[in-house]
Design a protein around this ligand. Structure first.
Ligand code: RM4
Ligand code: MN
Ligand code: MN
Length: 430
């Protein structure tokens, strides 16, 4: 039984008012692309297959280390998070999956949670474990690390938690586990750098052994924070070495915010793909560090260049290239539903722009070392406003032409403010 949150009549009448204008813009763009020998309908068909998963934790207002300013009507549990994600999916039509985080999203009945999601038009994506925080009553603290802790009992507890996440994920229909740990050190000399990595590999081997045959484990690197001197899996180098050692089910996950400023992330993407180890993405944007800002809000060009590599990878896939696309953001000053709508569109736009790159011309220019033509070929695609393609694909899939306008008009948050409990002020970067 389906119980979609927004009335389909509302979407229909909203689209009816805008359909003609969008059609006009789509046709005009179609003529312009045809002059570049690009078939707009073929691009739209590809875009219609594109999707990105929502983070369950992204549906609430996060916080910085300093404060949290909740808004009325925020979700207070996984059930409410799912209904907010369902709004995003219903309007955008490109976010049909939710990536859950445990123990934050723990419930007593997982088969029921899966049915609940399905009734909302959602499935579950990769499960995320959390050994970067202690929970009240937990036997062993992660104060000195989790999967890499010197204390074997803490290590075992972290391993068991990851295996439990796999078990929950199986019930939910997930096919991957994402492991990000905060383990590392804050002082030179604090940690034996090699021994810490040995412990990581040993722990991951045990988690890997518990993976079902058709599952993957995504190793997520992050340069720093909460460890400010050294982090065990700090970069893509450590990540790919670990993934290679673990075996074919281990892949690397690229969170765009987890690199030093100005690092060439698109080249990292190309490298990981070259060795068959590109597992997936956590999309967000950043200016300074792991800022978890909305995708495409700071550096949309970088996002485009990442997708340009992904389109290259699609054309020459290696080792079952099938990257998991997920959003990972923390919304501190916006309504999270609006941010997720905006980010999903920015991500799909970057993909669409990468699709309209005149690729043969680009490859020829690269071969001939025609620098300016190669650059201009990318530039021409990047400059193109692809929103009519996105809008048309969205409308054909049953979504809203102007997602933000319809979301505001629906009064969803105000209605939830009347129904939902008030959330706490407790800070935390989640
Ligand atoms: C971390 C990392 C993880 C996410 C947590 C909430 O910085 O990006 O992917 O699970 O934040
Ligand atoms: Mn992440
Ligand atoms: Mn992060």
């Amino acid at each position: 039984m389906s119980s979609l949150p927004i009335s389909t009549d509302l979407i229909e009448s909203h689209n009816a008012e805008r359909r003609e204008a969008v059609r006009d813009e789509y046709d005009s763009l179609g003529r312009s692309l045809a002059r570049r020998h690009i078939d707009i309908d073929a691009i739209k068909a590809k875009v219609a297959h594109f999707s990105v998963a929502l983070p369950s934790w992204g549906s609430g207002r996060g916080g910085t280390r300093f404060a949290r300013f909740p808004i009325a009507g925020e979700p207070t549990n996984i059930h409410e998070k799912l209904s907010d994600c369902a709004v995003v999916q219903q309007l955008s039509r490109i976010t049909p999956r939710v990536s859950p985080h445990f123990p934050w999203d723990r419930v007593a009945d997982y088969p029921a949670l899966r049915s609940e999601a399905q009734a909302l038009g959602l499935e579950f994506d990769a499960v995320n474990s959390n050994t970067f925080q202690d929970r009240a009553g937990q036997a062993h603290s992660y104060r000195n690390g989790s999967l890499t802790a010197t204390d074997k009992a803490a290590r075992n507890q972290a391993i068991e938690h990851n295996i439990e996440c796999i078990e929950i994920g199986r019930v939910l229909g997930s096919k991957a586990l994402t492991v990000w740990i905060g383990d590392g050190s804050n002082f030179p000399g604090q940690q034996h750098l090699s021994a810490a990595l040995d412990r990581y590999l040993e722990s991951l081997q045990q988690i890997y052994a518990a993976l079902p045959d058709d599952w993957r484990v995504f190793l997520e690197h992050k340069m720093y924070e909460p460890a400010f001197y050294s982090t065990v899996i700090a970069d893509w180098g450590s990540s790919i070495l670990a993934a290679q050692q673990l075996g074919p089910k281990a892949k690397c996950l690229v969170d765009l915010g987890h690199h030093a400023p100005n690092v060439n992330i698109e080249q990292i993407v190309a490298r990981l793909h070259r060795f068959g180890k590109l597992g997936g993405f956590h999309f967000n944007d950043s200016k300074y560090g792991d800022d978890d800002l909305d995708s495409g809000s700071i550096n949309p060009h970088q996002l485009f260049l990442v997708f340009n590599e992904l389109v290259e990878a699609e054309l020459a896939p290696r080792d079952g290239f099938d990257p998991a696309y997920m959003i990972d953001q923390s919304h501190n000053v916006t309504d999270p539903i609006e941010s997720m709508l905006s980010s999903a569109e920015a991500i799909a736009a970057a993909y669409t722009k990468a699709l309209i790159v005149e690729r043969d011309g680009l490859h020829d220019a690269q071969e001939e070392n025609d620098v300016m033509m190669a650059f201009q070929t990318l530039r021409r695609a990047y400059r193109t406003d692809v929103t009519p393609i996105l809008a048309m694909a969205r409308m054909e899939a049953g979504g809203a032409l102007d997602t933000l306008a319809l979301y505001r008009y629906s009064g969803w948050r105000a209605q939830k403010a009347r129904e939902r409990k008030v959330t706490g002020l407790g800070a935390g970067i989640v």
